[in-house]
Design a protein around this ligand. Structure first.
Ligand code: AMP
Length: 581
């Protein structure tokens, strides 16, 4: 039987799981199976993945990439030494390492996988994940939402009928879903979250706190170099993890940098209370999402039987406290919160292999998909009224169609815009693409049927039909993130194979430090976040300009050209101010 593996492709860590003899296991290689989602080039120019890459992050940030999942679906180029890669190519390196790990374990070639993504991932992000799989030589037979996978893992241990709230807070994303398990059928009733919230943000808040302290100590002479920030990020994460089990943590870093011709050392205590006050606004946001998920599922907190904690950040005790207060019951975390999603992916992979028939997966869309048309919003005429076709929380696969009319005699074409979002004004939603449909000349009022097909992997297909002639109209995609042609795929695979070293899937070593690094210094992160939030709404020219500016800033930071970086930062700030207006 052809093996299918389950992969949790995480922001911080990734795992691969496989079912053997009816038991799902996360594949370990003298480690705990947790592979840091980190890719680097070693001194010889070969690609390294996992712990080995993570360990060089501080020493060689210019040759190391972390948290690439946050950029999935964007066209942003990531530099690794002299090479430049797209986010999906970087993800492909991680997937390739996991695939090879699985092959060593199973002893057979592995060509198929189930991959999990946050429920909040957009269509473009899901497509990029699928393409990353293809580059890594994996046919992605199914993409499932992480909370669904977590519930699947849970369900295999608990066969009772239950309503479960899955609270998943990882390194870079937050998801909350309400899942119903009845007669072994897993159904997602609602799903919401924030794909830019997680443990990395908590680290950043601690870094800000440490920097404030250091600036006072050095009387404002401190230079925020990438190396300094990388070390602080590492220290911050370590302190954060300590605070999950201890009331305070000592942050001690000797010879951090030089300032005013003096060595700068850091030695300060961080207590849990201070840390909790720092992250309280973030956690409050997660609880607002919990309320939204309940509302969408039309449930009161008392209707929830169980709360499952998923993701490394849920080890923070304050999270359990907040949930317990709201639901009057203690969240469960008996399945390792780091491995829960991978195990669910493994169970789904086994189902795809036909190995297990104990449950059927019912998935939903967390977004509304629609188009724009001339209409009225609150009585005011507009050319861009949002017309939903597939509403959020609709069961997948879903097919919906709507009838539209041309407005002019002999209209040559219609520009069908596809949006994702909930706002009545279409332009306030995320525009996924433009499809130009060329029409046969006809009087105004000709009928056009627009059909949306959303499959279980969240891939959206659009079809337009001219009702009178019965002809299906060819679509031209504008502004869409470029998809792979076969040639491009071969070329990219080639490029990646050339850089691949057999040692790429490194094993974990318990003695190694908890290294982690954010590529963007804290002071730039907020600006980059603003820019990234805006990118999807910009036209191609503006988007290119913003992406170029961000890249130039990164380059300046990498090369320690602080003055250049500052000047570019102000330019980006101005551009955003103009574009946001
Ligand atoms: P994940 O994306 O699920 O792998 O979660 C990774 C995140 O969990 C990172 O931000 C880690 O720093 C964080 N994390 C791991 N262990 C702990 C812990 N004991 N306490 C707090 N955060 C943790």
């Amino acid at each position: 039987m052809e093996p299918i593996i389950g992969i949790d492709l995480g922001t911080t860590n990734s795992e691969v799981a496989f079912v053997t003899d009816g038991q799902v296991t996360v594949i370990c290689e003298s480690d705990n199976g947790i592979v840091p989602s980190c890719v680097g080039l070693n001194g010889d120019g070969a690609v390294i993945v996992g712990t080995e890459a993570r360990n060089q992050a501080v020493a060689a940030p210019e040759r190391t990439v972390m948290s690439i999942k946050r950029k999935m679906g964007t066209n942003e180029q990531v530099a690794l030494g002299d090479h430049r890669f797209t986010p999906r190519e970087i993800s492909a390196f991680i997937l390739k390492a996991l695939r090879e790990r699985a092959q060593r374990h199973i002893g057979k070639p592995v060509n198929k996988a189930v991959i999990t993504v946050p429920a909040y991932f957009t269509d473009t992000q899901r497509q990029a994940t699928r393409e990353a799989g293809e580059i890594a030589g994996l046919e992605v037979v199914r993409i499932i939402n992480e909370p669904t996978a977590a519930a699947l893992a849970y369900e295999s241990n608990n066969p009772e009928n239950r309503r479960i709230l899955v609270y998943d807070l990882g390194g870079g994303t937050f998801d909350v879903s309400i899942v119903r398990i009845e007669e072994a059928v897993v159904e997602v009733l609602s799903s919401t979250g924030d794909n830019r919230l997680g443990g990395d943000d908590f680290d950043r808040r601690i870094v800000g706190h440490l920097l404030e302290h250091l600036k006072k100590e050095t009387k404002g002479t401190l230079k925020e170099t990438p190396q300094l920030l990388a070390r602080l990020k590492m220290a911050a994460e370590k302190a954060k993890i300590t605070l999950s089990t201890a009331p305070f943590a000592m942050v001690e870093e000797d010879h951090l940098c030089r300032s005013d011709d003096r060595d700068v050392h850091l030695g300060m205590e961080l207590d849990r209370e201070t840390f909790e006050a720092m992250i309280e606004p973030d956690l409050r946001r997660t609880m607002e999402a919990v309320n939204r998920a309940l509302k969408d599922a039309q449930m009161l907190p008392s209707a929830i039987d169980d709360i499952i904690l998923v993701g490394g950040s849920t080890r923070i005790p304050m999270i359990e406290r907040m949930l317990e207060e709201k639901f009057n019951k203690q969240p469960r975390s008996h399945i390792d919160p780091d491995l829960c999603v991978a195990m669910g992916a493994g169970i789904q992979a086994a189902r795809e292999m036909g190995l297990e028939g104990s449950g059927v997966l019912v998935d939903i869309t967390p977004y509304t998909f629609g188009t724009s048309a001339i209409g009225e919003i609150d009585g005011v005429p507009t050319a861009t009224m949002f017309v939903p076709l597939i509403r959020r929380n609709t069961k997948l696969p879903a097919t919906r169609s709507e009838l539209f009319y041309t407005v002019q005699d002999h209209q040559k074409a219609v520009d069908v815009r596809v949006y994702q979002g909930e706002h009545p004004e279409a332009e306030d939603n995320v525009r996924l693409g433009n499809y130009i449909f060329e029409l046969t000349p006809a009087p105004a009022g000709s009928e056009i049927i627009l059909q949306f097909d959303l499959d279980l992997n969240g891939i959206l297909k659009i079809r337009a039909l001219e009702k009178k002639s019965g002809k299906t109209i060819d679509a031209t995609i504008e502004n869409a993130i470029s998809r792979f042609s076969d040639d491009q795929l071969t070329e990219t695979r080639h490029r990646i194979a050339e850089l691949w070293s057999p040692a790429a899937d490194s094993t974990l070593d318990d003695d190694l430090t908890e290294a982690s690094m954010e590529e963007i210094p804290e002071t730039y992160a907020a600006l980059f976040h603003r820019a990234e939030t805006l990118l999807a709404d910009l036209d191609e020219d503006n988007r290119n300009e913003i992406v170029d500016l961000m890249e130039d800033i990164r380059e300046a930071l990498r090369e320690n050209r602080t003055a250049d970086a500052e000047a570019l930062r102000s330019e980006l700030d101005d551009a955003l101010f103009y574009l946001e207006g």
